[in-house]
Design a protein around this ligand. Structure first.
Ligand code: PLP
Length: 386
């Protein structure tokens, strides 16, 4: 079978820098070491009871097991519209919303639905990998926008050369931000709209962490005047309601962008289980208290972790949102991979090295607060012993 090779597109993906790190973790686990995994952002608590109850309620309903429309049922999209209006004061119509099987697929498919080969896609770094891989699969050129601490981890849109900007078909932005925990200002979103208008770029605002905040609720890109004329927001149930394996998200905003994604998706998938859409609609309408409980849980975890590592003398800023803590490597040598590997080997605690998120994130580490408080305290104790 030697004539079987991965496609050129697949070969163009950047090397996966966490691979060696994962190999080391697997080897330690095989030796029976107790690993505390603060690496992956995979919520560890169960989803709301309301979701599970609604889901089981509908299982015997005739017709519920049939194909869904790719863009989601009308009642599902109506619930999204109610939620967006209540949370952001933005009024959308049914055609402005399309369901996603998780936000990852919407983000990764967007360039295939909206660009042509050779277009530029603007991707933040550090950033969620599908921004770049989606662009590569669509034969676009990813252009990296570094997120620097001095700018509040917001990209410098004015610093993008005009010849690049003119070719830019998609601008990905992501706030609350993975991995930095930063939130965007309203002024920043206004700038995104201006940029999009000037260059004919589509803004895709990844708001997967919209509800995981510690201070005031962060704004959506959709709130910026004119936003729905130039772009869309992507929201996900995964992080807000601890439902990583369930897969439910939506894209909403500019009707033409939504329609392009729907048309593309109708050739690749067939929506999501209609009983699940029904249950998610119930949670969107009645899950505010569950959202608050989840935020309170992460706030307690965040404080446990921050108080602990600060006692060790680590200089760790307080994230304003998300369940990530993003901080500089606490040693003179800022090699994040070497530091994370040493920590893993000596303490069994996994922190992700910044360099794995892109070259401009070297010198940083990310901790995900997706383990119980006792495990976070234990992690800090082990780090202290080192
Ligand atoms: C920034 C960001 N966007 C989107 C996602 C994807 O979430 P899902 O596909 O589960 O909706 C993640 C997951 O880690 C993420 O970190």
């Amino acid at each position: 079978m030697s004539n079987i090779n991965p496609s050129d597109r697949l070969k163009r993906l950047p090397p996966y820098l966490f691979a060696e790190f994962e190999r080391q973790r697997a080897a330690l686990e095989k030796e029976g070491r107790d690993i505390i995994n603060l690496g992956i952002g995979d919520p560890d608590t169960p989803p709301p009871r309301l979701l599970i109850d609604r889901m089981t309620d509908v299982l015997d309903e005739p017709g519920i097991h049939q194909y869904s429309p790719s863009q989601g049922t009308e009642p599902f999209r109506a619930a999204v519209i109610r939620w967006i209006r209540k949370r952001y004061g933005v009024v959308l119509e049914t055609r402005d919303v399309c369901l996603g099987i998780g936000s990852k697929e919407l983000i990764a498919h967007a360039p295939l639905a909206l660009t042509n080969p050779g277009d530029v896609v603007l991707v933040p770094e550090p950033g969620y990998p599908p921004y770049r891989s989606g662009a590569i699969f669509a034969l676009c050129e990813p252009y990296v926008m570094p997120l620097e601490k001095s700018r509040g981890f917001l990209p410098d849109l004015d610093g993008i050369p005009a010849d690049v900007a003119r070719r830019a078909k998609i601008l990905y932005v992501n706030y609350p931000n993975n991995p930095t925990g930063a939130v965007a200002t309203r002024e920043f979103y206004v700038k995104c709209v201006e940029f999009a208008r000037r260059y004919g770029t589509i803004v895709i605002s990844d708001e997967a962490y919209a509800e995981l905040y510690y201070e005031d609720p962060p704004p959506s890109f959709l709130e910026a005047p004119g936003a729905t004329e130039v772009g869309v927001a992507v929201h996900s149930m995964t992080k807000t309601f601890s439902m990583a394996g369930w897969r439910m998200a939506w894209v909403c905003g500019h009707a033409g962008v939504v329609e392009a994604l729907r048309a593309f998706k109708s050739n690749c998938d067939s929506g999501q289980f209609m009983g699940f859409q029904r249950a998610v609609a119930a949670v969107l309408d009645g899950g505010a208290e569950d959202m608050k409980k989840i935020r309170d849980l992460y706030r307690r975890r965040r404080d446990t972790f921050l108080n602990g590592v600060r006692r060790l003398g680590w200089d760790v800023p307080t994230p304003r949102a998300t369940f990530y803590v993003w901080f500089e490597v606490p040693s003179a040598d800022k090699n994040s991979m070497a530091f994370a590997e040493r920590i893993l080997e000596k303490t069994g605690v996994i922190l992700l090295p910044g360099v794995g998120f892109g070259a401009s994130a070297e010198g940083y580490l990310r901790a995900a607060l997706t383990v119980p408080e006792e495990r976070l305290s234990e992690a800090v104790e082990r780090l202290g012993r080192m």
